[in-house]
Write a protein that binds this ligand. Structure first.
Ligand SMILES: [Mg+2]
Length: 327
């Protein structure tokens, strides 16, 4: 298969399998996951009392599909169409949604103008869904940044959500055109996309990943799980339990770290993202998108793809996106 097409598919399927791998463990710490399951190797059903089957994804993949469908339908970014597609998501219904998306999209559905609907959340709701914008606009970085930002502002007003959406989209765009990864250049490139003072210390925290990669993996992820969190918010790193906070900066930087731990090994990166605990479905989804963008569909374990709900549709959607992006 054409390498670029494979990477488009790898990004969307990667999101889905990462999301589904992490879903049963959302809110668990690394210690709890290890005690119950050892190392997670397979997509699992929920533990009682929940009942979702193995391979079921959550809001991360649902809203990624929403953005991809809107880009395909409108042949590019169209704010009004995206709003109507987000509103449709309310009746899918949402699976495991976060406060930031749910509260703002409910306001949009009742006719509140988008400029007033967004939550003040700095959570993960926008970085987790942005990968199709990174794919579609990989060749036009100023539009990529503009639309990643706008897609985020629809639901999240906080700078960390905006910056994270830009960072994830920029990472995808970089990686789908990259043949041999140079970690230094990759980190500098994505850091430069959020180097403005409105994004505080985001760019510096991305550049610190080089040092984190030299450290013990578990210790590094414990610290990254709370990176950027300031009092009065509790920092999960202080408990040493292993927990990625559902804060856009800590999750996005942790996902980048998991990708960079084994850039050529999709399976290992996504397992590490989930084993890190906390917001496991989203850290899995973002890591899966980023690693899938670099590795393509061929490197995603087929035992995961087979179990993934709607895998054929995700593949078709990625191919449609690829075709329209290259018209
Ligand atoms: Mg989720």
């Amino acid at each position: 298969m054409n390498k670029m097409k494979s990477r488009f598919i790898g990004t969307l399927i990667g999101t889905g399998v990462g999301d589904a791998l992490g879903r049963p463990f959302e809110g668990w710490s690394r210690k709890q996951i290890e005690a119950r399951c050892g190392r997670i190797m397979d997509l699992l059903p929920d533990f009682p009392p929940y009942r979702l089957p193995a391979g079921q994804y959550t809001d991360d993949t649902q809203l990624t599909i929403a953005i991809a469908e809107s880009l395909v339908r409108s042949k590019g970014f169209d704010l009004g169409d995206l709003i109507s597609r987000f509103v449709d998501w309310l009746s899918e219904p949402p699976i495991g949604p976060g406060y930031g998306c749910l509260s703002s999209i409910r306001k949009l559905s009742s006719g509140v103008p988008w400029q007033e609907a967004a939550s003040d959340s700095g959570g993960n709701g926008t970085a987790m869904r942005v990968s199709p914008i990174g794919l579609f606009y990989y060749n036009n970085i100023s539009k990529l940044i503009e639309y990643a930002r706008l897609s985020s502002l629809l639901t999240h007003n906080h700078w960390a959500a905006t910056a994270s959406a830009i960072v994830v989209a920029r990472s995808i765009a970089y990686l789908i055109t990259c043949d041999e990864l140079n970690i230094d250049i990759f980190l500098k490139t994505i850091a430069s996309s959020v180097q403005k003072s409105e994004f505080e210390d985001y760019a510096q925290n991305i550049l610190k990943l080089k040092d984190f990669l030299k450290r013990d993996k578990v210790e590094a992820l414990i610290e990254l799980g709370g990176i950027g969190i300031k009092p009065p918010w509790p920092n999960p790193a202080e408990t040493k339990e292993g927990y990625i906070a559902a804060y856009a900066m800590s999750t996005t930087i942790s996902a980048l770290y998991c990708f960079l731990l084994s850039p050529d090994d999709f399976e290992n990166s996504v397992i590490e993202a989930v084993m890190a605990g906390g917001d496991t479905d989203t850290c899995g989804a973002i890591t899966g998108a980023i690693s899938g963008a670099y590795n393509g569909i061929e490197k995603i374990p087929s035992r995961w793809i087979k179990l993934l709900v709607n895998n054929e549709y995700l593949k078709k959607l990625a191919i449609d996106l690829y075709k329209i992006a290259h018209k």
